[in-house]
Ligand binder design. Structure first.
Ligand SMILES: NC(=O)c1ccc[n+]([C@@H]2O[C@H](COP(=O)([O-])OP(=O)(O)OC[C@H]3O[C@@H](n4cnc5c(N)ncnc54)[C@H](O)[C@@H]3O)[C@@H](O)[C@H]2O)c1
Length: 373
C-alpha cells in the first residue's frame, strides 16, 4: 500500500517535538510531503529538520495540493476549528492537536463538518493509548469493575504555569489564543481518558471553580497578558448514577495529588501509576501491570495492538484502513463540553446544566492569516 501523504500546518514546538519525530518513526506508512508556517524561518528549519520537500507560507496554498491526503494541525487552540473545517471542506482528512477547539460550538462545528464532508477527524488525546488505559479498558469492558459510579480526574503541577513560570510559549496563558488555562492544557488529557474508559457519556450538570491566586513574575505577566486559570476544581454529574470530581493544577501550594481513578461496585483502578483494587473471597487485592510483558507480546503475538500504540500510530493505521478510527473527535467534544461547563459554572457562581452551556456557547475562533483563498 502507498504511504499516506501528510501536510503539517504550524511548525512550532509540538510539530517539532512530537508530530515530526512520530511520523518519521512511521516512515513505512506515512510521509510528510509538505509543511506550512507563516514564519519563514520556522518553516525552513522545520522542513530541513524532517526532510520535507514542499514548503507553503499559506494554508490556502497547501490545501490546493492534491498530493496531500491528510493535514495535521499544530496551531494554537482557537485556530483549530476554522482550519480543520476548511481543510475538510477542501477534501482533506484532519488530525488536530488538543484541546479540540477554543469552545464547545467550535468543536461541534468540526464534528458536523467531518460528517458533512465525509472526512476522518482525529484529535490528539494521548492518555487513551497508555498501558494503563489498555488494561483498564479491558477490565471495564469485561465487567470486572462492576457498575461504574465515580471517577476522579486529576492533574498536578506545583509551579508550572507556561511562560510565567519559565518554560513554554506565552500563547498558552492568553485566553484570546488558548481559550483557557490548566484545564484546556492538561485537564483535557485526564478527562478524555476517563470518558474513553467509561463509555463517553454525556454530562448533565456541572459545578466548577476556577482560580488564579498565586503571584507570578510581573514582567512575564505583562508580556503574555496572562488571563487564564492556574487551578480548577469541579464536580460533573452524568446522570444514570455516574459522577466525576476533578482538580487540575498548573500551580498550587501542595507537594502532590493522587492520580486519576475510576471505581465500580466490583473493583477500582488508579491510572498513573496503574493499580487495580478488588476484593475476592473476602480478601483485599492490589494488582499492577507487567508492562514489559504487555509491550513484548503486543510486538510479537498481537501486532494489531500497535495500531493503538499512540495517537499518531493510530491515525496512520486508521488512514490506511488497518483499523477503525477511535471516536476521539466525539470524546474530545464531550471533554470540551465539560470544560466549558466548568468555566461557565465558575463565572456564574452556581451549578449549570450542559443544555444551558450549549445554548450559551460562543465561538472563540480567531482569524487565521492565509486560510482562505
Ligand atoms: N507545546 C507543547 O508542549 C504542546 C503539548 C501538547 C499539545 N500542544 C498543542 O499544540 C498546539 C500548538 O502548540 P505549540 O506549542 O506547538 O505552539 P507554537 O506557537 O510553538 O506553534 C504554532 C505555530 O503555528 C504557526 N502559525 C500561526 N499562525 C499560522 C497561520 N495562519 N498559518 C500557518 N502557521 C501559523 C506559528 O508561526 C508557530 O510556528 C496547541 O493547540 C497546543 O495546545 C502543545
Amino acid at each position: 500500500m502507498d504511504k499516506i501523504k501528510v501536510g503539517i500546518i504550524g511548525c512550532g514546538v509540538i510539530a517539532r517535538s512530537s508530530h515530526g519525530p512520530e511520523y518519521k518513526k512511521l516512515g513505512s506508512k506515512v510521509e510528510i510531503v509538505a509543511a506550512c508556517d507563516i514564519v519563514k524561518e520556522k518553516l525552513d528549519s522545520y522542513c530541513e529538520m524532517f526532510d520535507i520537500k514542499k514548503r507553503y507560507s499559506t494554508i490556502a496554498e497547501m490545501l490546493d495540493d492534491d498530493e496531500i491526503q491528510a493535514v495535521d494541525i499544530c496551531l494554537h487552540n482557537n485556530m483549530h476549528a476554522p482550519v480543520a473545517i476548511e481543510a475538510m471542506r477542501r477534501g482533506k482528512d484532519v488530525y488536530g492537536e488538543k484541546p479540540m477547539a477554543g469552545s464547545y460550538v467550535d468543536a461541534l462545528a468540526m464534528v458536523e463538518a467531518a460528517k458533512k464532508y465525509g472526512r476522518k477527524l482525529h484529535v490528539q488525546l494521548a492518555l487513551i493509548y497508555s498501558a494503563a488505559s489498555f488494561a483498564a479498558k479491558r477490565l471495564i469492558d469485561a465487567g470486572d469493575l462492576g457498575e461504574l459510579y465515580h471517577m476522579r480526574s486529576t492533574g498536578f503541577r506545583r509551579r508550572g504555569r507556561p511562560f510565567v513560570d519559565g518554560y513554554g510559549e506565552k500563547e498558552f496563558v492568553s485566553s484570546k489564543v488558548a481559550g483557557g488555562g490548566a484545564l484546556l492544557d492538561m485537564g483535557v488529557y485526564h478527562i478524555s481518558q476517563l470518558l474513553y474508559l467509561s463509555g463517553n457519556k454525556r454530562p448533565e450538570r456541572v459545578v466548577g471553580h476556577a482560580y488564579q491566586k498565586l503571584d507570578m513574575d510581573p514582567k512575564r505577566k505583562e508580556i503574555s497578558g496572562y488571563d487564564v486559570e492556574e487551578l480548577i476544581v469541579g464536580m460533573v454529574d452524568f446522570g444514570q448514577g455516574l459522577s466525576m470530581d476533578l482538580i487540575e493544577s498548573w500551580a498550587m501550594n501542595l507537594d502532590k495529588l493522587e492520580p486519576s481513578s475510576i471505581i465500580g461496585t466490583a473493583g477500582g483502578i488508579r491510572l498513573d501509576p496503574f493499580s487495580y483494587h478488588y476484593t475476592k473471597h473476602d480478601v483485599v487485592f492490589n494488582a499492577s501491570i507487567d508492562e514489559g510483558d504487555l509491550n513484548f507480546r503486543s510486538s510479537t503475538v498481537y501486532p494489531e495492538q500497535n495500531f493503538y500504540r499512540n495517537s499518531q500510530a493510530h491515525w496512520a493505521a486508521a488512514l490506511r484502513g488497518e483499523c477503525p478510527l477511535l471516536p476521539t473527535a466525539e470524546i474530545a467534544l464531550n471533554t470540551q463540553l465539560i470544560q466549558e461547563s466548568l468555566y461557565l459554572s465558575s463565572k456564574l457562581g452556581r451549578q449549570v446544566t450542559t443544555d444551558e452551556v450549549i445554548a450559551a456557547s460562543k465561538s472563540k475562533n480567531t482569524e487565521v492569516v492565509g486560510l482562505y483563498k
